[in-house]
Design a protein around this ligand. Structure first.
Ligand code: GDP
Ligand code: CA
Length: 335
């Protein structure tokens, strides 16, 4: 059985995973619409937070809802057909973040998750229980069971600088306050969740979704042991650029890359991940750039990253599946 492992953030990760699932079904059909390949998604949990007494896991939820076909595609997040009656009540009490809406259907998920966590189950087990409701065809695994929360250091007139939760910076301030740096609070003591290292070791293809390179993929790679596991895995590591023609396709990844002094370009992100054979902690064997960035191919090939240019807009399922198929081809190619 072909084993595929994908590192993924939220919305970009979800769209890509839908493509990977479809590409696998086309390549290795099981005769009933699915695939004989096995797909594991290692998902960022750095955006998680405690809110109104509940543990919320935005990236895991984006991926689960999208793969289950119950996400609100128009709005870009949350459940389709969502209402916000409970959120309105919470606002009256001054509970939670007024700029962060918890939908009623979504709250069902948060309450279920939190009740299992409070019974002592680790997040990875909770995620398994949540996804057993929907046959999504991909095993979702949080990067770690530990509570890791991305904070953003921003300039402050009175105290010089201060930390705020990533969600406040991203959702409330729309990444409009210049970030000085990102801090993954709790990451030092974190270990990869059960199954993460085994999946990486057993993989035939290791894919990096076109997710935010700093706060989605960067956070996953910051879990102690995870980057080394990728670097020493037998399978090839192939990523897809989230940057096309010098701009993030959706969202504000630009503001994150600026903070870590990485150029917002397909080349900049590839060199930031690094060539597995080159830099001390590089991890890429292959990289896909958009046709608009075709002139990056020569430089990246020379740097030791086999690079292919092709259309990278995930406009629909077919386009996403073609992109994922190209990444799989590159990862499974043997020279
Ligand atoms: P988030 O956690 O919801 O912010 O989502 P991710 O981190 O998984 O993905 C966000 C990234 O996806 C953004 O930085 C975008 O550049 C990238 N992205 C979104 N749509 C596309 C697309 O159609 N093609 C490519 N190549 N990248 C995309
Ligand atoms: Ca996210």
């Amino acid at each position: 059985m072909t084993e595929i492992v994908v590192l993924a953030g939220g919305v970009g990760g979800a769209r890509y995973l839908r493509g990977v699932r479809e590409a696998a079904a086309r390549r290795w059909p099981d005769g009933s619409g699915g695939s004989t390949a096995h797909i594991t998604a290692i998902v960022n949990t750095g955006d998680d937070a405690w809110l109104a007494g509940l543990r919320i896991t935005p990236d895991l939820d984006s991926v689960m809802y999208t793969l289950a076909g119950v996400s609100d595609e128009q709005r870009g997040w949350g459940r389709v057909g969502e209402t916000e009656r409970v959120s309105a009540e919470l606002r009256e009490y001054g509970v939670g973040w007024p700029w962060f809406t918890l939908g009623d259907l979504d709250l069902g998920t948060h309450i279920a998750r939190t009740s299992w966590l409070r019974e002592g189950e680790p997040l990875s087990a909770v995620v398994k229980r949540l996804q057993s409701r929907w046959p999504i065809g991909i095993d979702l695994v949080p990067m770690t069971d530990a509570e890791v929360e991305t904070n953003v250091q921003v300039a402050d007139e009175t105290s010089g600088s201060r930390l705020m939760h990533f969600q406040e910076w991203w959702t409330r301030h729309r990444a409009g306050i210049p970030a000085e740096r990102f801090v993954q609070v709790g990451i030092e003591g974190a270990v990869p969740a059960p199954g993460v290292l085994d999946a990486i070791e057993a993989a035939d293809a290791l894919l990096i979704a076109p997710s935010n390179p700093v706060v989605s993929i960067g956070t996953i790679l910051a879990v102690p042991g995870l980057r080394d596991a990728l670097r020493s895995a037998p399978a090839r590591v192939v990523g897809v650029s989230p940057i096309i023609a010098g701009a993030a396709v959706r969202g504000m990844a630009d503001a994150c890359l600026q903070a870590i002094h990485v150029e917002t370009s397909a080349t900049g992100v590839a060199l930031h991940y690094g060539a597995r054979d080159g830099s001390a902690d590089g991890l890429l064997d292959g990289w896909l750039v958009d046709t608009a960035d075709a002139d990056a191919v020569g430089q990246l090939d020379a740097a030791g990253i086999t690079t292919i240019s092709r259309p990278l807009f995930m406009t629909d399922l077919d386009a996403s599946a073609e992109i994922a198929g190209a990444a799989l081809d590159l990862a499974l190619a043997r020279t």
